[in-house]
Each structure stands twice: as structure tokens, then as C-alpha cells.
Design a protein around this ligand. Structure first.
Ligand code: GLN
Ligand code: ZN
Length: 762
């Protein structure tokens, strides 16, 4: 039996890599210093894993920005537009080229756009999407893989296990940049380079190489399945004398089980946290030549492992395969968990006893091994911690559970259908056609953010802080009045973040000081931890919405984050279904919506930007998810009168495959992103597929550019062709918190003029 790790976080326990990269980008430190910070982090990670007793320690899991981008550089998959960076007479060539691909390049008279970025499966990690052309060829370009292997072998004094994205997953993770071919057809050109790299690693002394093939857990076409057979037949033929481990994660192999277990490799890693039910089937299918790496420690969450449960799975595998063919491992790379629980000195000790971060998870792997070798005291200690969690009154609130159990369809439905509500609301609000509004936040200037820092340090009293936020809110109201917007917002100045703000006010959440997880490049997020039943001890937003409403005669829209988004952007409980947690949040938000209505707020927006990213990886699981996600939203929105207008907002617009569900949310108004696609994405909503009111974003808030009146009129004219004017709103694509006031005022001013123009033509 061996202890196997799939990958370790690399940003640094104190985000050292983030700082160093950002300093390098801004020219504050040189290449040597950046490289030395990186080397220090890699070495420290290796030692931590060795000390924890891990046998198969990963290398090449380090990255300056993203491991998929690393692979593109290794394979020479460098888009042509970066050639000028390459030919630039510059000593830092490879590193600068790499960062140019990640972030774009504006220097030495060059202006080259960055490569596209997208989410890595269902994580909050974003990778750089490889770009492919018909007939593209590959060559081994960057030698990072072998360099980091050599370095790690020296540090460890044993052979580390290089981690490389497998050839099929690499191709599938990319995008065709022209029509007329499928990227999987490039496999033939790609394989020789993989074989060259693998053989070089073997020559250098690699015993195991991990090839990540997470796409094996997704729906695959016949062509893609064949690509797997072809790729691994070629590798096994050409790379004798080194052991290949194919790693799958985030889902069950499902209908790809026979395919995965028949690949001519030495080991297969499976995720038994997401899909423990797959063990029987995989054991049954595994040929004698195949070892199994059992992903029993959760690589995606922060809870202490349930040793009893893991041991049951491990013992079952041993019974079939024998000890030599079994590896104990985390379910996926530990990249998606924070570094070290020991750093959380302020955390409530009771809750802390239920948690494990990356470093603790390494110990869990070796504990499981030790228990199997007679150290039963480790099991007892684990049982105690789990028992304390199972029975804690901090977690379990019968009142909350009863309320969720009593949810009915009627409770998740507005009193009257949309047509009736729309008439009542039109009478109540008497807005012009094409009413103008914004998505909620106004610029979070350094001054605003500083207020929170001063409050934390005790240099501002809570009263002083509130007064300053009030002043900012009033100013935002005046600016909106001056611009001439129809529906105003309070500006969200009191919020640090749209999830954290609510988590801090709800019961059932805790927050870490250093629980950072890499999101993309140098960007990290610190997700709140949902540990217990969620309830709302007091009003969360009423004070601010009421305050804003009292300072204007215009309508002020209340602003909340929806239940699915709060769930999706937190570490969630693993002791009850996600659905139950979401319903608990939904009830808390529902109470807030009702409280806002009581306080005289007549329009309330419940943001749900994360509904789409919550979609399961396998299509067969979509209906069940959408069913509860949409119900949760409706539950939060249905406690109010017909005359109260519910808005929602989503910052994407690829709705084609879920448009019926978006319609079923039954928000009175939805605002979405569409400007970057020139309203093309709005087509999903036309032809009566979307009956309610809708505000297709008319300008992109991600750029400081101020759009002209004419271009917004043109977009609105397009929208008016697709949808009835009665249903259309005018607003930007998303919130304005990242913008400056100057741009914001100019852009919104033009937007209001554009609305006036199109009204005249209507
Ligand atoms: N109301 C939020 C804001 O304006 C919405 C943000 C989002 O959609 N991500 O910032
Ligand atoms: Zn948005």
C-alpha cells in the first residue's frame, strides 16, 4: 500500500507567490527574485509532504499562473500573436512569453491580448484555454517538467511523481480557433511530444508519472473515447519501464468505467468522495495489471475525514486487489483547499476541531495508513471529533430543519401569475418604457475600502464608520438622480463582498484569516465556511435600503445575494445534501425580502450569478440540480405581495440550454450580460421563450471604456426586435464596483440618453 498525493497548493501559506508575481509584473522585483520565491515554495511543499510520510510526492504541480498554460508552453502550443514577444531581444524570454499569454502584453510598442480563461470543471479555479488550429503541430518547448523533476528529486532524495495533464484532457480543455476540424484530431500530432517528455522523465529516473484525465468523468463522444484508446496504446507502446497513473476526479467514471479500466496503464485514480458508489464497479472491472489509487480524503472541501468510512472503502479494495495494488490519496489535487489550519488561531476551537486544510489532509492520508497497520488510537480520536460534530448544538437547530421540512410548492410560488403582477406593478410604479437602472454596486473606491480596514483596526468607531457609509450612500443617490436614472440603488458601500457580507450576518457561518484558495493567476478567494444550520438572527440590509429610500423620491431597489450563489461561493457542509443547505439559506433570504417589503422597499433584487456554474458535470444530473436551485430562488422571492417587484441578476448570458429553468424562476425582471456579444445571446430569450421583463446589459463594465450613446441605441434597437418593448429595461452588464466614478458617471449618462432616444422612436 502506498500513500499518494495528487497535487499541493502553490500560492504559499501567506500568498507569497501572489505577492512576488504582482511585484514582478509591476517591475518592483526582478526575475531572479521571483524565481527564488518560487523555488522556496516548491521546496517547502516537498518537505511538508515528505514529513507527512507521503510516498508518491507530486512535482510539476507548481505553476506561476496555471498548470494548463504550463502545458501549452511545454507543448509549444503558443498562439502566433505572441511571436513578437519571442523575438523581442529580452533575457527573460520564456517567463515573459508565459505571462504575456496569461495576461496580455502591452510593452515595447506591442499590444497583444491575453488568452481566454475559463473555469476548471466545477471548481472556482480558472485555467487558460489552449487555442487550436487545423493541422497544428507541437514541439517540446518549455522544459519546466523535467527541471522541476530534477529539482524535486534532489530535495527529496527519492523519485518524485511528475504530474502532467494527459493528452486527451489537454486537447479537450482547449478551443478550436477556426471552423472545419475537431481539436481531438490533433492527437496524432500531439502524442510524439508527450512520448518524448515521458521517456525523458524515465531516463532521469521517474518511477511513476501521473497523467491527469479528468475528462474521463464527463460525457464523452465515441470519437473522444477512441482518442483515449489510441493515446494510451501509443504511450504504453513507446514508454516502457515507467509506471503511468491516470488520474480522474470530480465525478464518477460512470459509463466510461470500462474504457478507463482497460487503458494499458499501471494505475488508475478515482474520486471516492464525490462518487464512493463507483468503487464496486471499478473493482469489478479492474484487470489484474491495474492498481487503484483511492481518493478518499476530500480535495475540494475543508472537513475532517471520516476515517471509518474511508477505511471501509480501502479495506474493500484491499480484499479484491491485495495491498500492493492499493494507494491511499486525496480525491483530487489539494490545490482547491487552503494551506494550513494551524494558522487559524482565531477560529472557534469547537469548529476548528472539525476541519482539515491541505497540510492536515496529508496527515489524514498517513493516519489511514497507520490505522491499517495497527494504530487504532488514531481512529478513536477521529471518531470523537466526528461525534462532537454530529451532535453539536452549534450545528443542529431543530427549528431550522422543521421549517425546511415544511416547505411547499405553494410557498415557492408568487400569489399571482406574472401577467397579473406585471399589470399591478405597471400601475404602481408608472415607469416610462425602457426604464433605466443599474445592477447594484457603485465604485468601491480605495477610500471606501480603507474605512473597513480602519474599523477593523479600531481606528474608526462603528458609529463613525456608519456615518461615512451613509455619506457615500447619499452621494451615490444624488449622482444617480442627477444622471436621471429611473430606479436607483443604494450602492453597496457597506459590503466587502456579496457573499461574505451576508455570511457574517447569518448564523451557521465561520470565517478564516488565511483560508485562501487560488482562483486564477495571482487572484485568491477566501470562501466562508458553512458549518451549521443557517438562520437569520436580525435584518441584514433593511437599514441601508431604508436609509437610501428615505433620501430620495425615486424608487430605490433593495439588493440581496441569492441562496444558490451564497452556497456556491462557500465551503459547504458535507453532512447534509447541498439542497438542504440551500433551502435553509433561501428561507433566511426570504425573511429578509419580506422585511424589506415591510420597510417600504418596493423593488428587491436577488442576485444569482452562480446558478449556471453550479450545473453538475454530467448532463443526466442537470434536471435534479436545476429543480432544487430554481425552487430555492423562488422560495426566497415568493413571500411578498404581487405589487412588489422582484429582480434577479446573472452575469452571463449563455442561457440556451437552461432558458426554460431561468423562466421558471419567475423573477419579474432579470438583468443579464449581453453587450459583449452584441445582443446575440439575447436570442435565447426571444420567440416567447422568456415571458417576463428583462434588462439586457447595454455596456461592458469590465473595461474603463465609456460607450457612446449611438452604440447603446443600436444595441437597444436590436433588443427591441427580439422582445416586446413593454418588457425591456436598460442597464449595464453587471455591478460597477470595480470602476472609477468618472467613467461610471459618463457611461451611465450616455446610457440614460440612449434610453431617451429609443423611447422617442418607440
Ligand atoms: N449586485 C451585485 C453588484 O452590483 C451583483 C454582482 C454580481 O453579479 N456578481 O455588484
Ligand atoms: Zn453580474
Amino acid at each position: 500500500m502506498q500513500k499518494n498525493n495528487l497535487g499541493y497548493p502553490r500560492i504559499g501559506a501567506r500568498r507569497e507567490l501572489k505577492r512576488a508575481c504582482e511585484q514582478y509584473w509591476s517591475g518592483k522585483i526582478g526575475r531572479e527574485e521571483l524565481l527564488s520565491v518560487a523555488e522556496g515554495l516548491r521546496k517547502q511543499n516537498l518537505r511538508v509532504q515528505q514529513e507527512a510520510g507521503i510516498d508518491l510526492i507530486p512535482c510539476n504541480d507548481f505553476s506561476f499562473y496555471d498548470q494548463v498554460l504550463d502545458m501549452s508552453l511545454a507543448l509549444g502550443a503558443i498562439p502566433k500573436r505572441y511571436t513578437p514577444v519571442l523575438t523581442q531581444n529580452n533575457a527573460n524570454i520564456e517567463l515573459d512569453l508565459y505571462f504575456a499569454m496569461a495576461r496580455g502584453y502591452q510593452k515595447d510598442g506591442l499590444d497583444i491580448t491575453a488568452m481566454e480563461m475559463t473555469k476548471w470543471f466545477d471548481t472556482n479555479y480558472h485555467y487558460i484555454v489552449p487555442e487550436f488550429h487545423n493541422g497544428q503541430t507541437f514541439t517540446w518547448f518549455s522544459s519546466k517538467i523535467t527541471e522541476e523533476f530534477t529539482e524535486a528529486r534532489k530535495v527529496l532524495n527519492q523519485s518524485p511523481k511528475p504530474v502532467i495533464i494527459g493528452p486527451v484532457s489537454y486537447l479537450l480543455s482547449g478551443k478550436e480557433k477556426e471552423a472545419g476540424f475537431h481539436r481531438i484530431e490533433l492527437l496524432k500530432n500531439l502524442l510524439p511530444v508527450y512520448i518524448e517528455i515521458l521517456n525523458k522523465l524515465r531516463e532521469e529516473g521517474a518511477e511513476w508519472i501521473q497523467l491527469d484525465e479528468p475528462f474521463l468523468s464527463l460525457d464523452l463522444t465515441e470519437q473522444e473515447k477512441n482518442a483515449y484508446k489510441e493515446a494510451y496504446a501509443a504511450i504504453s507502446k513507446a514508454c516502457k519501464g515507467v509506471n503511468i497513473m491516470v488520474a480522474t476526479y470530480f465525478e464518477a467514471l460512470g459509463d466510461n468505467t470500462a474504457l478507463a479500466t482497460s487503458l494499458p496503464v499501471q494505475a488508475l485514480h478515482i474520486d471516492l468522495v464525490r462518487a464512493q458508489e463507483q468503487l464496486d464497479e471499478v473493482l469489478h472491472a479492474a484487470p489484474e495489471s491495474l492498481s487503484l489509487s483511492l481518493g478518499v480524503v476530500d480535495g475540494r472541501n475543508i472537513w475532517k475525514n471520516d476515517y471509518e468510512k474511508s477505511l471501509r472503502l480501502i479495506k474493500k479494495a484491499i480484499a479484491v486487489l491485495g495491498e500492493e495494488r492499493v494507494f491511499i490519496a486525496p480525491s483530487s489535487s489539494l490545490l482547491h483547499t487552503p494551506y494550513d489550519l494551524d494558522a487559524e488561531t482565531d477560529l472557534d476551537p469547537e469548529v476548528r476541531n472539525w476541519l482539515a486544510f491541505a497540510k492536515q489532509k496529508l496527515n489524514e492520508i498517513s493516519d489511514l495508513y497507520d490505522i491499517l497497520n495497527g494504530h487504532s488510537e488514531l481512529l478513536d480520536k477521529n471518531k470523537q471529533a466526528l461525534e462532537s460534530r454530529r451532535t453539536s448544538t452549534r450545528i443542529h437547530k431543530p427549528g431550522v430543519k422543521d421549517r425546511v421540512a415544511a416547505i411547499t410548492e405553494k410557498g415557492a410560488t408568487r400569489n399571482s401569475p406574472f401577467q397579473i403582477r406585471q399589470r399591478l406593478q405597471e400601475e404602481r410604479f408608472a415607469l416610462p418604457l425602457y426604464p433605466t437602472t443599474t445592477i447594484g454596486s457603485f465604485p468601491q473606491t480605495p477610500d471606501i475600502r480603507k474605512l473597513r480596514a480602519l474599523l477593523k483596526k479600531g481606528e474608526l468607531t462603528p458609529t463613525e464608520y456608519e456615518q461615512k457609509i451613509e455619506a457615500a450612500t447619499i452621494e451615490a443617490i444624488r449622482i444617480q438622480e442627477r444622471i436621471g436614472l429611473d430606479v436607483l440603488v443604494h450602492g453597496e458601500f457597506e459590503r466587502n463582498d456579496m457573499v461574505e457580507y451576508f455570511g457574517e450576518l447569518l448564523d451557521g457561518f465561520v470565517f478564516t484569516k488565511n483560508g485562501w484558495v487560488q482562483s486564477y493567476g495571482s487572484r485568491c478567494v477566501k470562501p466562508p465556511i458553512i458549518f451549521g444550520d443557517i438562520s437569520r438572527p436580525e435584518d441584514m440590509t433593511v437599514r441601508w435600503s431604508r436609509f437610501a429610500q428615505e433620501h430620495t423620491n425615486k424608487i430605490v431597489k433593495g439588493m440581496l445575494t441569492g441562496p444558490v450563489t451564497i452556497l456556491q461561493w462557500s465551503f459547504v457542509r458535507d453532512d447534509q445534501p447541498r439542497k438542504s443547505t440551500t433551502f435553509q439559506i433561501a428561507l433566511a433570504i426570504r425573511d429578509e425580502v419580506v422585511a424589506l417589503e415591510k420597510a417600504g422597499i418596493s423593488m428587491i433584487q436577488i442576485d444569482e450569478p452562480a446558478i449556471r456554474e453550479g450545473l453538475p458535470l454530467r448532463k443526466k444530473d442537470w434536471p435534479a440540480y436545476l429543480d432544487w436551485a430554481i425552487t430555492a430562488f423562488r422560495l426566497s422571492a415568493s413571500g411578498v405581495l404581487d405589487e412588489t417587484q422582484i429582480h434577479t441578476h446573472m452575469c452571463y448570458s449563455e442561457f440556451n440550454d437552461i432558458i426554460a429553468h431561468i423562466a421558471a424562476m419567475d423573477a419579474d425582471v432579470i438583468t443579464i450580460e449581453t453587450s459583449r456579444s452584441q445582443m446575440e445571446l439575447l436570442e435565447a430569450f426571444s420567440d416567447f421563450k422568456y415571458p417576463n421583463e428583462i434588462g439586457p446589459g447595454v455596456y461592458d463594465i469590465h473595461s474603463p471604456r465609456v460607450p457612446s450613446v449611438e452604440e447603446m441605441v443600436a444595441l437597444l434597437e436590436k433588443a427591441a426586435k427580439l422582445l416586446p418593448a413593454r418588457n425591456l429595461w436598460v442597464n449595464p452588464d453587471c455591478g460597477l464596483k470595480t470602476r472609477k466614478w468618472e467613467e461610471t458617471e459618463a457611461a451611465l449618462g450616455n446610457m440614460v440618453k440612449a434610453a431617451a432616444k429609443i423611447r422617442k422612436n418607440a
